[in-house]
Every structure is written in structure tokens, then in C-alpha cells.
Write a protein that binds this ligand. Sequence first.
Ligand SMILES: [Zn+2]
Length: 264
Amino acid sequence: MSGLTLAPLSNFDIGGVCAAAIAIVAYRTRSLTLGGAFAAFVVGTATYGALALPGAAVLLAFFVTSVALSRVGKARKAVVLADVDKTGARDGAQVLANGGIAAACALLALFIDHRFAYAFAGAFAAAAADTWGTEIGTLMRGAPRSILTFRKIATGLSGGVTTAGMLAEVAGAFAIAATALLVRPDAFVPVACAGVAGALADSLLGASVQSLRWCPNCNRATEREPHTCGANTRPLRGLSWFGNDGVNVSATLVGAVVAFALAR
Ligand SMILES: [Zn+2]
């Protein structure tokens, strides 16, 4: 026996190494920007550090299905999502908008109250429901309607709903809720409800306060400034500073609160 003693690795050490490896792969395969990869490293380290493998399973269930679904029908989405705020590789703000609330809840579960573990999964259920709804709903034909006015709007614009998209939202919420059974054996109902509530909040905010602009060159509504045609756009509706990231933070917060409230 040598006199060398090694301190046992903590979950934060293990999580940091694994999260860094996954973030580097996601960066190199253009699923994440450099900022997105760093944010994913932070979220992944906090998640594994606080909730170990069960938490990592929930995070990966969201992350892997999001990346996979975003790659299905990529050519078609590039056309129909031309007016959507953010597409392509996820940047740091997008990663934190989807995973920041969850990561904070994971740490609160470790240090404050075990019910934050339900909130952690509820936040990811909301993020997954929204992502599944957008990605699968976009692939389906048929014009979405505004969740508030029921008028037809362009495919992929925030606040638009289709039957297929809403079924996909429920499926996404259920998928995370099933994985959350690893975190807490009675987590399914709170987390599924959280996911559906979060996706509903996402659609309602997207149809009302989220910034929507108008391109005078193309005569169409868009979330982009400048528009993809190069022209400058003017405000049409909503708060100019409240984009897709703001909506996602709000939706995951709703998911976290609902899951916490329903937790035992
Ligand atoms: Zn234009």
C-alpha cells in the first residue's frame, strides 16, 4: 500500500466530466454553439451533481429527443421556419432558457427541499413538451391557428397550435414524466401535468406578449429582425424585448411551479 490517498469523486466531479464530453460532441456536431456548449456543461454538472443518474436521465431524455427531432425533416423545416426567432444550433441563451430553471431546481432539491426534484423534472417536461410540439407539429401539413384568436398563422410562429402539435406536446410531457419515475417513484402525474401546463403557457405567451414583427418587403409577420430577405422589420405585436427565450424561461418556470405544487 502506498501512502497516497485519493479523495472519492463527488457527483459534481463525475457530472462535470460527463457533461463536458457531451457538450463537446454536441458542439462539434453543430447541435450547440460554443456558448450553448458551455451552458450545457453548467446545466449538466448541476443536474448530475445534485440528482446523479436519475437527474441525468431526465436531462438526456429532453436533450437527445430534442436533437433527434430537430434533425427530422431538416430541409422542409428550413423553408417553413424562415420566420421563426431562433433555429439551428442552440446558443447559450437558448440552453439556459430551456434548462436554467431545471438546473436551479436540482440544486435546490439537494440543499433546500426534496420537492424541488419534482420541479426539476417539471421544468424539463415543459421544455420537452414545447420542443416536441414545435418539431413534430412543423412536420405535419395543415395551417396552425392562433391559440387566442383561432385565426390561421404561418407554420412555426409562436402561439400557433395544431392538433398534431398538441398531441406531440402531451407525448413529450409524458416521456419526461416516465423518465422522472427514476427521480421519484410518484413523479409521473405531477411532472406530466407540469409539462402540459408549461406548453400551454408557452403557446399563450407566444400568441400575446412575445415580440412579433412585420416585414414590409414581404408583407408577412416574422420573429426575425432584420428579416431573412434583408429588410428591416417593424413591431407588430408584443414586447420587443420578449422573444422566444423569454417565453421558454416562463414556460419552464410554470412547469416547475406546477410540479412543486403537486409534489408530496
Ligand atoms: Zn422580408
